[in-house]
Design a protein around this ligand. Structure first.
Ligand code: ADP
Length: 478
């Protein structure tokens, strides 16, 4: 079956289509999905531009009600969408259900935002003057999104943009078009005016330039090199850009903490969703007094993972999302051994009953921060474990890589926690909790090269998706 682009309230076919394959079963094709051309991306931008003229002035109650309706439709369709999402992306249905719930909550959060619109009124510095500061939509927003949270990321970028009066062209990942089509149907059925939400399917390399050059703002989540390319394309027109890029997130475990809890969190924070979360922990840094215990617990955990298809109720971990991720994960594992790391648990491909992109989770000891695995983002189920003498060494190792997204510490010693919090260069720090799975009402993101151009979610979204206007009134009343 074929699925199309959604532009100006219509489902528009393409000349070319591409098969969307189930990573849990390579013989299963989810559907054939349109490949839009740059001309169609331009049509979507034009439609969004026309719709902006009225949407930007729409009554906040209207925007609020439509976003609420979208949440309700997602909830109604949750089982169907979760199943499709897991089937095309590889996460377990259980994990996909969690993403559905998260996405509808995000819709509800942003549904209330039009009613909370901020502004300020201040006395001016000249007699008889007052000043107001109001927030306006930025305009037409291009949201370019990845495959790892194929619903939640498009929802948090799009619901936010729409809440503040922008119109949107969404370009979802070419690896997860089926979930995006479900989302577009939600916008259509919720009754958003035509052109307010548009979606073009296809490859970023083909559509990216048109989208970036033709929009007023770009919100992007994806890889570092693509993010850099977007900044370059946006620079001539000074288009507003927000990037959420990769991570290499350290989790420090000090000897004074609840060790069993720390082991459990280290495992789930690292290997949930086969390590394909930008906030997954990937460097586990353990104080030497408890290193042997943590190492043994981690090895037991990794060896105990049951790998299976997205719909296997007994599986702890699904396949990785696509062939590129599969090759990349295996490449990092081989490279780490070549560079002198010791594979202490798991690793390599996994033979399942169906042909798919299955990878065994892997844990490496004896690595250094110079090795590739500790410098580059794997975005797969592979992590390293370090033994350190003390907190100073732990902080040094935690900060010794380019990325700066999230970091975590396990400890019950407040001064150690506080020292770590202050000295970690990450944009988000967690204490006695996983480095991943963060809240949507809090600004999300890291410092460059993990993030660029402001935070998303929480009030970060309001900052990015609006522009301020200061108005001076000389009313003459003193
Ligand atoms: P990933 O490894 O997560 O696929 P990418 O950065 O390649 O990371 O992809 C994230 C999103 O960026 C996808 O929607 C993809 O199509 C899009 N994309 C890829 N290349 C470009 C580009 N040159 N310009 C704009 N978007 C791009």
């Amino acid at each position: 079956m074929r699925f199309d682009n959604f532009v100006d309230g219509q489902w528009i076919p393409s000349d070319e289509y591409e098969a969307d394959t189930n990573p849990s079963d390579l013989d299963d094709v989810v559907g054939e999905y349109a490949l839009a051309t740059p001309a169609m991306a331009q049509e979507a931008l034009d439609a969004a531009g026309r719709a902006l003229a009225t949407w930007r002035w729409s009554n906040p109650l209207v925007r609020s009600a439509l976003l609420d309706k979208a949440a309700a439709l997602l909830e109604e369709r949750a089982e169907t969408i979760a199943h499709t999402l897991a089937r095309e992306e590889g996460k377990l249905v259980r994990e996909a259900r969690g993403e559905l719930l998260l996405s509808s909550r995000i819709f509800r959060y942003f549904a209330a935002e039009p009613l909370r619109h901020r502004g300020a009124a201040l006395p001016g510095l000249r007699d008889g003057f007052d000043v107001t500061v109001t927030h306006e939509p930025v305009g037409v927003v291009a949201n370019i999104t990845p495959w790892n949270f194929p619903l939640a990321v498009p929802v948090w970028k799009t619901a936010a943009a729409l809440a503040y009066g922008n119109t949107v062209v969404l370009k979802p990942s070419e690896f997860t078009p089926a979930t995006a089509v479900h989302l577009a149907r939600v916008f259509e059925d919720a009754g958003f005016p035509r052109g307010v939400f548009n979606m073009v399917l296809g490859h970023g390399k083909v559509l990216g330039e048109t989208l970036v050059r033709g929009s007023d703002a770009v919100s992007f989540t994806g890889s570092g090199p693509t993010g850099r390319r977007i900044v370059e394309m946006a620079a001539p027109a000074m288009t507003k850009v927000q990037l959420e890029l990769g991570g290499k997130n350290p989790l420090v475990i000090l000897g004074d903490c609840d060790i069993e809890q720390a082991i459990g969190v280290a495992l789930s924070g690292t290997f949930t969703h086969a390590g394909q979360r930008c906030t997954s922990s990937s460097k586990i840094i353990v104080e030497k007094s408890v290193y042997d215990r943590v190492l043994a617990g981690m090895i037991r955990g990794v060896d105990g993972y049951r790998i299976g298809a997205f719909d296997d109720p007994d599986a702890d971990m699904g396949p990785v999302a696509n062939e590129t991720q599969f090759q990349k994960s295996l490449h990092f594992m081989e490279r780490t051994v070549e560079e002198g790391g010791e594979l202490v648990a798991g690793g390599g491909p996994f033979e399942a009953s169906r042909r798919g992109h299955y990878v065994r989770p892997a844990l490496f000891a004896g690595t250094t921060c110079e090795m590739t695995i500790n410098r580059e983002e794997v975005f797969g189920p592979a992590a390293t474990i370090f033994c350190v003498d003390d907190l100073d060494e732990a902080i040094h190792l935690a900060n010794d890589c380019d990325f700066a997204l999230s970091s975590g510490i396990f400890s019950n010693h407040m001064p150690s926690i506080e020292r770590f919090r202050r000295q970690s260069k990450a944009g988000m720090v967690t204490v006695n909790a996983p480095t991943a799975g963060l809240d949507f009402h809090i600004p999300f993101g890291g410092r460059a090269p993990s993030g660029y151009g402001g935070r998303e979610q929480g009030w970060g979204a309001a900052e990015f998706f609006t522009e301020m206007k200061a108005t001076y009134y000389n009313h003459g009343v003193i």
